[in-house]
Design a protein around this ligand. Structure first.
Ligand SMILES: Cc1cc2nc3c(=O)[nH]c(=O)nc-3n(C[C@H](O)[C@H](O)[C@H](O)COP(=O)(O)O)c2cc1C
Length: 340
């Protein structure tokens, strides 16, 4: 292997660039619940359960989706750097935190789709601002559906007839949270703004209060209202889509994360803004109402899609904090490989 990828058990510059891309993925409450460990032929992606958002995500489903999104970014970045990512999706029953192993495969010529997706990684945001009252063209929505399908996900654009029901479910879940002191305590931990903080959701990302509440975005300003936070009218008929997977195991959640990220990046390429609205999926009985049990499909994410104003970036932890040391035998093996 080229030393640009792995050198003496540490990421070389090419792998470091790919891991930076992985770390730009969306994650529940910006928890960034991932770790990376070099191995002889590439990188292992691990869950960081210390960063699990326990109340809203007791099973670690959203944590695993977040890691899946990071895995997708890593794959795209490797392709953009001209190498095929050879991926093994885990977890193994005896190592539930090891979620994927991605080897640096043979060279490949980068195509236009990969180039665009890779470029979109740094521009994608979760946008909690009002979107324009503009229709999203059908062919663009079809492209998002195809993006999910490529990663074994099913994206169902919510029919206008069903929109108010889905919005009501989101609003119900959000209202239930707002009266739960344990939710306030958890949100307090992930939204407390302090200088130099590199995780959690900062005030600049809260967006205004939607009044009237046509879009029940998650209110990250509940505990620590941002100074000078305004109210604003949001679009009346938000475009919503629900991402499903067949099955609901950790491996399905990893697939959901990759499908989600492919959809979000494809939307970014097409100039669209996106917001995740996952509140009802955190209550089993509300999630069931969105599920399609008859064919085994389970709802994994709800996405709002539209044309929005720019939204500021939110911080990420530096790569040095995300790296796990390679096991001793891997350092030896990689050291030999790195010399070639
Ligand atoms: C599984 C998952 C669930 C999420 N749920 C919500 C949500 O319900 N509401 C919301 O506003 N953002 C949600 N987000 C977005 C995160 O808050 C966001 O990714 C994070 O704060 C980082 O910001 P960025 O996406 O702009 O980089 C979710 C993200 C993931 C991966």
């Amino acid at each position: 292997m080229n030393a640009g990828w792995i050198r003496n058990g540490r990421p070389g510059p090419l792998m470091a660039a790919c891991l930076e891309a992985a770390a730009a993925a969306p994650s529940v409450h910006n928890s960034q619940p991932w770790r990376f460990r070099p191995h002889p032929t590439g990188i292992e992606v691990l869950a960081d359960r210390r960063r699990q958002v326990d109340l809203v995500d007791p099973a670690g489903r959203e944590l695993t989706i977040s890691v899946g999104a990071a895995v997708f970014n890593l794959r795209v970045a490797m392709l953009a750097h001209g190498r095929i990512p050879v991926m093994r999706l885990l977890p193994e029953p005896d190592d539930p935190d090891l979620l994927a192993r991605i080897a640096v495969g043979p060279p490949i010529e980068t195509d236009e789709t990969v180039r665009l997706l890779a470029r979109a990684v740094a521009h994608r945001r979760t946008n909690r601002r009002p979107f324009a009252d503009l229709a999203v063209p059908g062919e663009v929505l079809d492209e998002l559906v195809a993006a999910a399908r490529t990663e074994h996900g099913w994206l169902a654009v919510v029919d206008p007839m069903m929109r108010s029901s889905v919005l009501a479910l989101i609003g119900t879940a959000e209202d239930r949270r707002r009266v739960d002191p344990a939710y306030w305590a958890e949100l307090e931990r992930w939204t407390r703004d302090r200088p130099g903080r590199l995780d959690g959701v900062p005030p600049q990302a809260f967006g205004p209060w939607p009044v009237p509440r046509t879009v029940p975005v998650r209110d990250f300003g509940l505990v620590w209202p941002a100074p000078r936070r305004r109210v604003a009218a949001f679009e009346e008929d938000p475009v919503l889509a629900v991402l499903y997977t067949v099955g609901d195991s950790p491996r399905d959640w990893l697939r959901a994360g990759q499908a989600l990220q492919r959809v979000l990046l494809t939307a970014t390429v097409r100039g669209l803004a996106t917001t995740l609205l996952t509140q009802p999926l955190e209550f089993p009985e509300l999630r069931d109402l969105l599920g399609r049990q008859q064919d085994g499909r389970r709802a994994q994410a709800i996405i709002r899609i539209g044309y929005g104003p720019l939204s500021p970036p939110v911080p990420r932890r530096p790569l040095a904090e995300l790296l796990e040391p390679a096991p001793a035998q891997a350092v030896d093996a990689v050291g030999v490989a790195g010399a070639s």
